[in-house]
Design a protein around this ligand. Structure first.
Ligand code: NAD
Ligand code: UDP
Length: 315
């Protein structure tokens, strides 16, 4: 049994990580400030003997004896991370410094939830880890993109300078149950709009692409990365190469829900990347043959069922 800290553990991805780690017999300390996450996401884990929930903001230091740290604390939806951009970059940068300092002190292994956003609006398609990215340093998305890039730098520097045992995963757009219905990201937006019979809001002409990964595939990739061979630090892309335009996604959601909702077009947000698709050769090689198992249609059906139940309960 290991004692494991999960920052951002009451969020969408974090709650699935906590669940998986507990099911494998570990002790889990879930740390969150509830900015975008909620106690409801981990309610079902509360009675577990080895689960502990702590309200804490990672911009402040935290001290606990642990073997491993999954560092996920950071809002991930553009709507939320742009709400208070200074806080977002503080969370990424000071959060990384505080958690790396903790890892150094207690000799814990630490994994950073980085992002495909480090590639910005990519000039190379699909994106391998060796691509340095095309990021606007002063745009609306910079607080998130540059915060995550700086966090990667800090992870590498703590590794090189202080021998901290680090792992970095670059996560591509991930969806699934326990996304916040008001999250603002595209999959939850389209599904909630379809289930309510509201207009489906496609930004721009809808020809921009994303590659969507179901949350279970991500969790498997992150756990395998934490347990990958000594000396392999990444960064490694974890995503599903299945690439879709936003119009294709909207149509799939319409077909699967049988909604009468109509597609409407809204302005494309500033610096919205045109395309996004991971090269996952490194993950396959280093993460024991890992590859995504759940195609978009199957994942959407599971996610639609989740939101349908949630909306029926009046949430
Ligand atoms: P989320 O918003 O559901 O979860 C983030 C969690 O971090 C929330 O519970 C939030 O309350 C918490 N948090 C935010 N600021 C904090 C702070 N200062 N102190 C403590 N807790 C704080 O988002 P998610 O989709 O679950 O993303 C989890 C992580 O994975 C994030 O770091 C995100 O950048 C990364 N990521 C996610 C995706 C994706 O598509 N889901 C893609 C790339 C990277
Ligand atoms: N998007 C959209 N309608 C929405 C929300 C998002 O068309 O209601 C688009 C958005 O412009 C982007 C894509 O969907 O091109 C993915 O957006 P999301 O916020 O989910 O993730 P990110 O842009 O960070 O990859």
């Amino acid at each position: 049994m290991k004692r494991i800290l999960v920052t951002g553990g009451a969020g969408f991805v974090g709650s699935h990580i906590c669940e998986r780690l507990l099911s494998e017999g570990n002790e889990v300390i879930c740390l969150d400030n509830y900015f975008t996450g909620s106690k409801r996401n981990v309610e079902h884990l509360m009675d577990h003997h080895y689960f502990e929930l702590v309200r804490h903001d990672v911009t402040n230091p935290y001290m606990v004896e642990v073997d491993e740290i999954y560092n996920l604390a950071c809002p991930a939806s553009p709507v939320h991370y742009q709400y208070n951009p200074i806080k977002t970059i503080k969370t990424s940068v000071m959060g990384a410094i505080n958690m790396l300092g903790l890892a150094k002190r207690v000799k814990a292994k630490i994994l950073q939830a980085s992002t495909s956003e480090v590639y910005g609006d990519p000039a190379i398609h699909p994106q391998p880890e060796s691509y340095w990215g095309n990021v606007n340093p002063i745009g609306l998305r910079s607080c998130y993109d540059e915060g995550k890039r700086c966090a990667e730098t800090l992870f590498m520097d703590y590794h090189i300078q202080n021998d901290v045992d680090i792992k970095i995963v670059r996560i591509f757009n991930t969806y699934g149950p326990r996304m916040n219905p008001d999250d603002g990201r595209v999959v939850s937006n389209f599904i909630v709009q379809a289930l309510k019979g509201d207009d489906i809001t496609v930004f721009g002409d809808g020809t921009q692409t994303r590659s969507f990964q179901y949350v279970d595939d991500l969790v498997e990739g992150m756990i395998r990365m934490m347990n990958s061979r000594d000396g392999f630090v990444g960064p490694v892309n974890v995503g599903n190469p299945g690439e879709f335009t936003m119009l294709e996604l909207a149509q799939q959601v319409i077909d699967l829900t049988g909604t009468k909702s109509k597609i409407i077009h809204m302005p494309l947000p500033q610096d919205d990347p045109l395309q996004r698709q991971p090269v996952i050769d490194l993950a396959k090689k280093e993460l024991n043959g890992w590859e995504p198992k759940i195609p978009l249609k199957e994942g959407l059906v599971k996610t639609i069922t989740y939101f349908d139940d949630l909306l029926k309960k009046g949430n």
